[in-house]
Design a protein around this ligand. Structure first.
Ligand SMILES: [Zn+2]
Length: 492
């Protein structure tokens, strides 16, 4: 007899429907898979066979044939197991054909028939919902995440046996329901607040501008100045997440297997070590292409500490995502696109020893060492960073214990207002006043600015004017923006 089921796979963050056809006939006891299955699916043959035997002793000894379609799509992973097992059991007359119709199944099987959690539950559920399926049955650990998709009934199961019972009962159990809006409203919030940062006025201001205008930022300063502490506070300054943004982040994290089975309610902060590999940073690796750190920090912050220590070849791969907010990874098997709309915050010491420009400490680096250190960061990458800020070490005398610094929530209010102002007008940038226009001309001539640098200066000035609630960029706004241009060697 012939039977078929539905399951969903994902390529990048896009889910697609896979149809599983199975037939069981008399003959030699064997199980054959067709439809371009990769190693993991072939290994699935053993898991499916063993799980069926452990669940139903009645399964006929005969020839089982399984076909996965469309054949043109590459099918990786173990998430097809449950769907294959249900197709075989239905073909053998051991499951309810009526209930299987309109249902998608997803999950890896253990040899004992247990159903194990898989990656990519949310994109799979979104696809099943979009394709008009009524129900999705998947591992219990993935159910809350899949239920975020909405538009179909989601059931979590622990075993193949439980799945059969659910089908026999005609889905009498209550489906899992999740309210994404409520989850976002009750989010715990981060414990990294600007209220803990004393002094550092210039870096605090740069963080506010970075958050308001989505400008990438580079902090330069000696070890112990608090660059990491400052960077960690940036996600908390960005506008609160909308449901759509939280779903986007959760989808990427789901595919990477780091979503934790629920809606991601905080903007990501990722800080990969400088020894990170190319695939680790931008994605790739393995038969199923995984998102890298740049995609895991989508709609949040990517922090690269000790920027000159990263491999120049690895840093070079940041150029496309910095421009386009997404990255396409090409492999022989096809190409996959992941979102990568991150805010870059980089940090570096001013020189190899770390103390150039520091009061009370002497820098012992030679000019040549200094040049070599700076040259490790390519010009094109530096060009894409709008805000350059020096972060000095703060002495105890400069901290004022009597005065509490402004907290993150107050800064975020200004950031949200500025972001709203920008979203309400047609042009992304504000017009310049006549005198500001003249100053811009003089500055770009005196500083020999490239077209890209001039655009960056205009964008930062416009963000500063937005933060000040003004409808035109003035000389004061532009002058402040000029402070965030890259520093010359002498100024450090
Ligand atoms: Zn030095």
């Amino acid at each position: 007899m012939l039977a078929s089921t539905n399951t969903c796979a994902h390529e990048g963050v896009e889910g697609y429907l896979v149809r599983v056809e199975a037939s069981v006939s008399t003959g030699l006891p064997q199980l054959t898979f067709v439809g371009l299955p990769d190693t993991a699916v072939r290994e699935g043959r053993e898991r499916v066979r063993s799980a069926i035997r452990a669940t139903t002793p009645d399964f006929p000894r005969g020839r089982g044939l399984v076909n996965l379609s469309p054949a043109s799509r590459r099918k990786a992973g173990s998430a097809f197991d449950l769907s294959i097992a249900i197709a075989l059991l239905t073909a053998a007359g051991l499951s309810e054909t009526e209930q299987v119709r309109g249902t998608a199944f997803l999950g890896e099987l253990g040899l004992d028939g247990q159903v194990r959690a898989v990656n990519g539950a949310l994109p799979a559920a979104l696809c099943a919902s979009r394709r008009g399926l009524e129900r999705l049955v998947l591992p219990r650990a993935n159910a809350a995440e899949a239920a975020l998709a909405g538009g179909l009934a989601v059931y979590g199961v622990d075993s193949l046996g439980e799945t059969l019972s659910l089908l026999r009962s005609g889905f009498k159990a209550a489906p899992v329901v999740v309210d994404a809006e409520a989850l976002l409203a009750e989010r715990a919030g981060t414990n990294s607040d600007l209220v803990d940062v004393h002094g550092q006025q210039s870096a605090r201001r740069a963080l506010e501008i970075a958050a308001a205008g989505r400008h990438h930022m580079l902090m330069s300063g000696p070890p112990g100045a608090g660059k990491t502490m400052l960077a960690r506070r940036l996600p908390g300054l960005l506008p609160a997440l909308s449901v759509a943004e939280a779903m986007e982040i959760t989808t990427v994290h789901s595919v990477a297997g780091v979503a934790g089975g629920a809606l991601v309610t905080e903007r990501p902060f990722r800080a990969p070590h400088h020894a990170v590999s190319g695939p680790g940073l931008v994605g790739g690796g393995g038969p199923s292409i995984r998102p890298g750190e740049i995609s895991l920090s989508h709609r949040g912050v990517l922090f690269l500490d000790e920027l000159p220590e990263f491999s120049p070849a690895v840093l070079n791969q940041l150029r496309q995502p910095l421009e386009e907010a997404e990255l396409t990874i090409c492999r022989a098997a096809g190409s996959v696109t992941f979102p990568a709309g991150f805010l870059l915050v980089a940090a570096m010491n001013p020189c190899p020893c770390g103390f150039k420009g520091c009061t009370g400490r002497e820098c012992r680096c030679s000019d040549q060492q200094l040049r070599r250190y700076r040259n490790r960061i390519s010009g094109p990458l530096l060009d894409r960073i709008d805000l350059h800020v020096h972060v000095p070490r703060i002495s105890f005398a400069e901290m004022d214990p009597g005065k509490s610094p402004e907290d993150s929530a107050s800064v975020r209010q200004r950031v949200e207002r500025a972001a709203r102002r920008r979203s309400l007008r047609e042009q992304s940038r504000l017009p310049f006043s006549r005198s500001a226009e003249e100053l811009l001309g003089k500055a770009s001539e005196a500083m020999n600015l490239s077209a890209r640098s001039t655009r960056s200066l205009q964008a930062v000035s416009s963000t500063i004017a937005d933060l000040a609630d003004e409808s035109e960029v003035s000389c004061a706004h532009l002058s402040e923006a000029l402070q965030y241009r890259p520093l010359d060697d002498e100024q450090l």
